[in-house]
Design a binder for this molecule. Structure first.
Ligand code: ADP
Length: 262
């Protein structure tokens, strides 16, 4: 199986000497669920932003679906971004709009500016939006304004908006960091199903090691911009956690102690 995403020796510097990513290399297959873990400031968010070119890497290459995205021009970039759905910690929804309107916004990237401005969506698009909202358990809220929803429901709208693009991959930047444990579990279960049942690759930045271990096919551990662990959750050891989290590791090792001893 050839990889869907290949990140090859990617580095990112901000300003002169602020190194956010250093020589990051890994690949991800179609349908895999991959968690990127590491302490605050490790470079997780910068990595996702480099992959969808919200920011440009300082060096290295990123290949997605056999296309080198590193040097793509605006038009081709827009096209490839429709294949990479993005999920944000703070949802990035338009609060005064309804759930279905926010979901349909996911299709803006495929439309002319004019059609987008006037909110012109076809019957097929609306039916597709309803179908996706049903899968995500939001059928009772389709016409509600999004500011009437709980955090967990808002994040499900964020997922719906990404899915309507018909993506091959979802990039999720701390999708459960603002949620209570119960809502977080619902979101993680949906993301896992999206990868397993729909064959969509899911790349998710997480703070919580225990969550990453429970849901992932692969874990990538980052410390100060460098990949210090890459492998199956089954093989991760206390020493690996230590090298990923440094001084924060003690509490986390306590958390995973019951899952497996190293
Ligand atoms: P994480 O997502 O793991 O918390 P980030 O990717 O947000 O980490 O940040 C990695 C490093 O890059 C941090 O030191 C952060 O301060 C720095 N950084 C991120 N974005 C910028 C920016 N726009 N300008 C300058 N430094 C930045």
């Amino acid at each position: 199986m050839s990889a869907l995403l290949e990140v090859n020796q990617v580095s990112k510097r901000f300003g002169g000497d602020q190194v956010a990513l250093s020589d990051v290399t890994f690949s991800v297959n179609q349908g895999e669920f991959v968690s990127i873990i590491g302490p605050s400031g490790a470079g997780k968010s910068t990595l996702l932003r480099c992959i969808n070119r919200m920011i440009d890497a300082s060096s290295g290459d990123i290949t997605f679906d056999n296309i080198n995205v590193t040097n793509l021009r605006k038009r081709d970039l827009k096209k490839i971004r429709t294949k990479m759905g993005m999920i944000f910690q703070h949802y990035n929804l338009v609060n005064r709009l309804s759930v279905i309107e926010n979901t349909l916004h996911g299709n803006l990237g495929k439309k002319s500016t004019l059609a987008g401005v006037f909110g012109l969506y076809s019957q097929d698009e609306k039916e597709e939006a309803v179908k996706i909202l049903q899968v995500l358990g939001l059928e009772e809220h389709i016409y509600n304004r999004t500011d009437q929803l709980s955090g967990g429901q808002k994040q499900r709208v964020g997922i719906a908006r990404a899915l309507i693009q018909n993506p091959r991959m979802l990039l999720c930047d701390e999708p459960i960091a603002s949620l209570d444990p119960n809502s977080a579990k619902i979101i993680m279960d949906h993301l896992r199903n999206i990868s397993t049942d729909m064959g969509i690759t899911v790349l998710v930045n997480l703070h919580q090691v225990d969550v990453a271990m429970k849901y992932s096919d692969q874990i990538i551990g980052i410390n100060r911009g460098r990949v210090v662990y890459h492998g199956s959750p089954k093989n991760i050891t206390k020493e690996d956690i230590q090298s990923i989290y440094g001084s924060e590791a003690e509490d986390l090792i306590f958390d995973i102690g019951g899952i497996h001893a190293s």
